[in-house]
Design a protein around this ligand. Structure first.
Ligand code: FES
Ligand SMILES: [Fe+2]
Length: 460
């Protein structure tokens, strides 16, 4: 057990209530998933990429965008997953639908902009048009088509619709029309996260990074914190990640990272160094450092102080009432197979989404969303433009987030991004005999075993 966990369990006045999110602590035993080596071919072969496309991407729910971003009739976004592009649009009838973004004339990409508002979508090639409910509006010069002599078969030529559903203020799509419902798919972890009332949160930034590694290296890198000590030494100065509670549930998994403490592997547990002052403390006033002047304890125990403080504030800050003591301060990290992560504190959340490249198993897209809990619907500054960034280095992330994300974390992302590249390279070496995973990497083992199960099921 990590030291911070012991302190947490021995804290005074724990809150006993039936919270929606089930606490991690005391830690439950992790199931035995074996200890086989992880074959590295899955990270770079076209063959495995194709299997994943058929068995995973086409069969599972994918997080798309905030429902609130499709405000008006005709509001739309386009969204790419692997080789496909989707058009998500609110029709003039007020209903939001998702379609393959493909012209039914000769297969051009129909809508070639990322977002906007349109009543009619016109293909740039020959001008066939669709209404914003996906029905065919018109074929240009139908008299030129022998097959339309008896009239254009409007019903046959609508855009191809895909399943769309919403949860937590997010829209999700599924290419498999026979799939289970989104609610069923998200299961108990979806219910846990309902405690955050994400519908009331506001997206304040969304940026995409093209990384030179397979999408599964990105999933793996964020699904364990065992690497913090070596790759992100700053992170263990103001949090504990090196031995944390982990749980698995169906295809999904979760872990907790401890905030506002100092990792037990760090020598100085007490001092508020400049880095700790910057990164620890109360964030609800919108800045990182706001450690209470009255606090005289050590840096490692700050989390205990904040649990009590926040609990005492719950009459004023209503959303604390829905959160268990862990959630009040520590970082919940939920992974929904295959590609969405929700990592939250009471006031702010990061959502990550991993997407495969259309053709290259050596590249992926890492989408990064920053949300603020905004229960009163306060007006926030306009969101920066969404861009796709290529390259690496802390400046890239600092430029991308322009102040919405602390510099320390921009540096951490640069470390993760460059590590993707070296992992992709090393996994191809003839000398590499496969990944050896510890129990802190059990979410990776579970993730890859889940992939294998999906592939096996599809092959039948
Ligand atoms: S390909 Fe779209 S109108 Fe011809
Ligand atoms: Fe990392």
């Amino acid at each position: 057990m990590a030291k911070v966990e012991k302190d947490f369990l021995e804290r005074k006045n724990p809150t006993e209530r039936n919270f929606k999110a089930k606490p991690f602590m005391p830690r439950k035993p992790i199931p035995d998933l074996g200890h086989e080596k992880l074959d590295s071919k899955r990270f770079y072969t076209q063959d495995f990429m194709q299997k994943e496309w058929d068995s995973i991407w086409k069969k599972t729910w994918q997080l798309v965008c905030r429902e609130a971003d499709l405000k008006y009739e005709g509001s739309f976004i386009t969204h790419e997953i692997g080789k496909e592009s989707f058009l998500i649009v609110k029709g003039n009838d007020g209903k939001i639908r998702a379609f393959y973004n493909v012209c039914q004339h000769r297969g051009n990409k129909l809508c070639q902009i990322e977002e906007g508002e349109l009543e009619i979508f016109s293909c740039p090639f020959h001008g066939w048009k669709w209404n914003n409910d996906g029905s065919l509006n018109s074929v240009f010069a139908p008299e030129l088509y022998k097959q339309f002599e008896d009239g254009v078969p409007v019903n046959e030529l609508g855009l191809t619709e895909v399943k769309l559903d919403s949860w937590g203020g997010w829209l999700w799509l599924n290419m498999d029309d026979k799939s289970i419902s989104l609610k069923e798919w998200l299961g108990e972890y979806g219910e846990h996260l309902e405690s955050y009332n994400f519908e009331k949160w506001e997206l304040i930034d969304y940026q995409t990074f093209e990384w030179n590694g397979n999408w599964k290296h990105a999933v793996d890198a964020f699904n364990e914190s065992y690497h913090f000590t070596a790759l992100h030494p700053d992170m263990i100065e103001f949090g504990e990640g090196h031995d944390v509670p982990i749980e698995l549930s169906g295809p999904h998994s979760r872990m907790i990272n401890f905030n506002d403490t100092v990792s037990e592997v760090v020598k100085d547990q007490d001092t508020f160094t400049p880095l700790r002052e910057e990164m620890m403390g109360d964030q609800k006033k919108g800045k990182m450092a706001d450690i209470d002047e009255g606090y005289t304890g050590s840096a490692k125990d700050l989390h205990l102080y904040y649990i009590e403080k926040r609990r005492s504030e719950e009459d004023d800050i209503e959303y604390y009432k829905d959160m268990n003591d862990e959630q009040l301060i520590h970082q919940y990290h939920y992974f929904f197979f295959p590609s969405a992560v929700f990592t939250n504190k009471p006031e702010a959340a990061n959502v990550f989404r991993y997407r495969p490249h259309a053709t290259d198993p050596n590249k992926c897209y890492y989408d990064f969303f920053i949300l603020l809990n905004n229960p009163e619907g306060k007006e926030l500054p306009p969101r920066p433009e969404h861009k796709i960034y290529r390259g690496n280095g802390p400046e890239l992330y600092e430029g991308a987030f322009r102040g919405t994300f602390p510099p320390v974390f921009c540096n951490v992302l640069a470390q993760d991004g460059s590590n993707m590249e070296t992992m992709q390279w090393g996994n191809k070496s003839d000398s590499f005999k496969g990944g050896i995973l510890c129990e802190q990497e059990i979410r990776l083992r579970h993730f890859h075993q889940t992939i294998d199960k999906f592939i096996e099921k599809n092959a039948k």
